[in-house]
Design a protein around this ligand. Structure first.
Ligand SMILES: [Zn+2]
Length: 307
């Protein structure tokens, strides 16, 4: 994984020259200078990104938005032993607030599209990375695509599909499934399973403090690297559990208990409920590369993993 600008390594250690550049850029931003102006100043002073490139506004925002700028982890908690930081937590929070404010002032460039199959419901058939909803050009059609690779992300960026084609195709398959006899009963079972899983995760999340406390007791008997690894794994496990729980909570609330005509319900359900029902029925939709014929039936490019 690439080093973060301003630090000598992922685990901290200030890079004094880079940190100075980032701090100065931050003060320019606080002084109402534009991101482009802050970048121009950095480039003119000879500051470069860790890849040796000139600074661009979106890169500067991405780097400065990283919680490690203030020595914080992804949950916003101070990282133990991180050492001197580029920004103080206060400066970091002020900067995030500034970015949020600027984002609100930007007029919406395009009409928002409510994607049905994001949040891990669709994946790239080549690299198995989750597809993201995007428009390839401004004003272009909503599209699902495998995100382009970047530092720390080994996605291939080679598969994309028009959102309407993908969603219509999956919608037809879902409708066919809903029309099948016995689906109502099957849904009741699936929902019961998902609720049970959510219940377990909730208990698991509630036991987090206990597990961290037990881990800390081991601190003196473990070599530091083993302790760090165990702590990191426990943190990651908690993050995964919480995000899965949030996802499941959206699914299990889908209001279909008293619905007798699922097909009619599906056709008129708001996007949010459709998305939840798809999540109950489908583990994942794999989108294959388009191959030779560009205008083939989109369903030929899909592999649906039913729950
Ligand atoms: Zn891919």
């Amino acid at each position: 994984m690439a080093r973060l600008t301003g630090y000598l390594s992922r685990r901290g250690g200030l890079h004094p020259k880079e940190a100075t550049g980032l701090r100065k850029a931050t003060s320019l931003l606080f002084d109402q200078q534009s991101r482009a102006e802050a970048c121009r100043w950095m480039n003119a002073q000879g500051y470069r990104t860790t890849h040796g490139n000139e600074w661009a506004p979106e890169v500067l925002v991405r780097v400065l938005s990283n919680p490690r700028m203030a020595g914080l982890d992804d949950e916003g908690e101070p990282i133990e032993g991180f050492g001197e930081t580029v920004l103080t937590p206060d400066e970091y929070r002020r900067l995030l607030a500034l970015f949020a404010e600027q984002a609100e002032q930007q007029p919406p460039a395009r009409e928002a599209f409510d994607y049905l199959l994001t949040e891990g419901l669709s994946e790239c058939g080549l690299c198995e990375w989750n597809m993201v909803g995007t428009r390839v050009s401004s004003g272009g059609d909503p599209t699902y695509r495998c995100p382009p690779p970047r530092a720390g992300q080994a996605s291939c960026g080679r598969v994309r599909i028009n959102a309407d084609r993908l969603e219509d195709s999956v919608g037809e398959e879902v409708l066919a499934e809903l029309l099948r006899p016995g689906t109502q009963e099957r849904l009741v079972h699936l929902l019961a399973d998902l609720r049970a899983e959510a219940e377990q995760l909730r208990a698991h999340a509630e036991g987090a403090e206990q597990r961290f406390a037990e881990l800390r007791k081991m601190r003196d008997v473990l070599v530091p690297s083993a302790y760090e690894a165990a702590e990191k794994a426990t943190r990651q496990d908690m993050r995964d559990a919480r995000s899965r729980l949030r996802y499941l909570e959206q699914l299990v609330d889908v209001p279909i208990a008293d619905v007798w005509d699922l097909a009619a319900w599906w056709k008129s359900a708001p996007r949010k409920w459709q998305r939840a029902l798809v999540g109950v029925l489908i583990v994942k939709v794999r989108v294959l590369a388009s191959g030779r014929g560009r205008h083939r039936d989109p369903s030929a490019r899909l592999r649906i993993d039913w729950r």
